[in-house]
Every structure is written in C-alpha cells, then in structure tokens.
Design a protein around this ligand. Sequence first.
Ligand SMILES: *Cc1c(COP(=O)(O)O)cnc(C)c1O
Length: 413
Amino acid sequence: MNKRIYLCLAHMGGMEQNYVQEAFDTNWVVPLGPNVNGFEADLETFVGEGKKVVALSAGTAAVHLALLACGVGPGDEVLVQSFTFCASSHPVTYLGATPVFVDSEPDSWNMDPVLLEKAIQDRMAKTGRKPKVIMPVYLYGMPGRIDEIMAVGERYGIPVVEDAAEGFGSRFDGRVCGTFGRYGILSFNGNKMITTSGGGALICPDEAAKQEIMFYATQAREAYPYYQHEKIGYNYRMSNICAGIGRGQMHVLDAHIAHHRHVHALYRELLDGVDGITLLGNPSPRYDSNFWLCTIVLDDALKVKGEDKAYAAVVQGAVGGAAGVTHAVANPHTAHEPNNNVEALRMALDAAGIEARPLWKPMHLQPVYAAAPAYVNGVSEALFRTGLCLPSGPCVSDEDVRYIVAQIKQALA
Ligand SMILES: *Cc1c(COP(=O)(O)O)cnc(C)c1O
C-alpha cells in the first residue's frame, strides 16, 4: 500500500488556473467580477428550467439565505430531512427558528412524503401555525420523491427548498435536482461533485429573487452615496478567485458525474454475490443519481473480523474532521453508534489505506437537537447503525475499486 484512497477528493481539470490567472491579470480579486458572473451563467445553463443562480461563499450560506428569503424568522418551524449533514438544519437555528425533523423512506433514503404530511398536520394541530419551509435533501446524490414532496408543499402552501449540495447533476424524471422547489442549494466544497475550494450557490426562481439574494449576500446595502442599512445582511458572496476555479471545474463536471456513476457500476458488479452487503442503487428508472458517494449497508448478522475490538479506543481525529478542528472526546461510545461489524469493517479498511465513513448520523439523534420535534419511522436510525460510505471520487480508479472490494471480502469473518 503506497497511497491512501479517500472518499472524494477535489480533482482539477486543467482550465482552472487560466480563469484564476485572468482574475489576477485584470485585478478582479474581490467577491464579485467576471468569473462570478461567468460561473453563474454556466450554472444557469447547466440547471436549465429558466432558473437563476447566485454564487455564494458556501452551501451553508445558500441554505441560510434561502430560508431568509422564504420569510423564516424567530419562533418559526422548518421541516428538515433528519438524515442529512448538519448544514441543512443549522441555518434554521441561525434565524431563531426550530427545525422539525422528518425521517426517510427506505428506497431513496430521503424524506418520506407520507410522514412529511403527517408532520405538517401534527404541527398545525399542536402549534396552530404552518411550518414555513419543507427541506428535502438528496443524500449521497440520490434523488428523493420530489414529485410527492412538491405535491404536499402545494397542498399546504408551504415552499420547498431542496438541499442538492450532494446531488449536483442528479436528476429525477430527467429534471436536474434543485430546480423543483422555490430554491435549490448547491455546494462546491472541496469534497463535492465539483469544487471552488469552498463555495456554494443558490438556485433561484427568477431574476427578482436572484437580486434579493445578492442584496442579502452583500450586507444589504441601500442605494445611497453612503452606507445606509435598513435590513440585516451577510457577507456571503463568492470571490472572483474561487469562481475562476468553478468556471474551470464546469469543464469537467460531466466527466466527474460520469466517473462517479462508473465507480458505482463497478462496485455493483464486484459486490454482486457478497452475502450480507447491499449497495444502494437507483430505486427505479425515474431516479438518476450522480452517485456522489457510493454507500453500502451491512446485515446485522454479517460477521467481520475484529468486531470485539470495535470502539475499544477513542478515535484520534474524528471521522470527517477534515481540518482536524474537532473536540477531543474521552469516551469512545455515544447513545447511538454504528454496529460493531460496521466499525470493524471501517477499521479494517482504514488499516488498508482506505477511507470509509459511517452514514451521516440523523439530526434527530444529535444531542444538539435533543429538544427539536421529530417525526420518525426508524429508517434513518437503522441506516446509521448499518451503513458505510465508500471511496467514490474522481481520483478513485478501477484498480482502487477492485482493491477496496478485495479488502472488504478479506475483512469478512
Ligand atoms: C456539504 C453540504 C452542505 C453545505 O455545503 P458547504 O458548502 O460545505 O457549506 C449542505 N447540505 C448538505 C447535505 C451537504 O452535504
């Protein structure tokens, strides 16, 4: 073993430096400029549907501004998919609102539309008010039942904000994810489908909505010869340097998506016939995942070598603690954790130079959200106990996938 294989690493196509160089040459080293405009135009062309796009400093900023634009404020409730990364729900709290978590359905692992409707009715009965926004997520790139979720939203007059941060380029019924709801979130963090080093974007319904988002993303400045503020704004615009990277990455977007799908197909072929391990695939031809991350679930009964050593010691540098900025912990256990066979397989792969990661821990199980209402059916909790993400990015070769699957087979007891 001479290199480490990561889940999803940034991969440059070659054109990025040209756009960045142009920004230097023309002295556009600010959070606006030709690369920002060009990147937004490229994104608008890609997503289609007549949508407008605003480039922002992060996907998390896009979530925050979408909620703000939907009128979310103190005391409001927002229905958020529980099975997600924290950036879907944290911005709800930035606005003084409360996330209400909705569990997933077992086919796509995304928001269950039936449970969503029950949650809306129960919230209205309990609080006398309608939740302000419905936020489904395309976890690991997999489309969800967005047609049914949109129908629920329309029935109750609640806008839908799609968190497509992991689902850039995925499609449902042939339509790009993130273009169904009023707003759609994209992320260009270093580990996403394409990167701007760090960044995100908000897909907006029209030019007026785009202008309003840009206003709030640029400190909410009124049109006077001096600084005049009548609203609270944010410093969330993307820099022209990052947008240059993004314009370069747009040249390799289709190739990245094709590569992720190819890696998934290879996992499917190689894991076929391995008892006790199930790879998530598109539930039907209506779903067209970008397979940002390929994910497996392990049967409870599957035996993996070294299960007795799972959780024996605290992990040094938390899983997913990219920059090492995590709190050290004293106890290796929490109230909810993946099964011992999952942790044993993660450790075996880690020792073989392969990064694997448990599925995201549902938000309704996170201590920070202990007081938030949740409508659950056990699906996300079971997935968290049994699932792992496997390396899937543009830097993962066929040879890597063969090596990873061979290591998985070798780890089975
Ligand atoms: C990455 C991610 C985000 C946020 O994007 P950043 O650009 O990292 O701020 C939001 N939601 C989900 C589901 C994500 O995976």
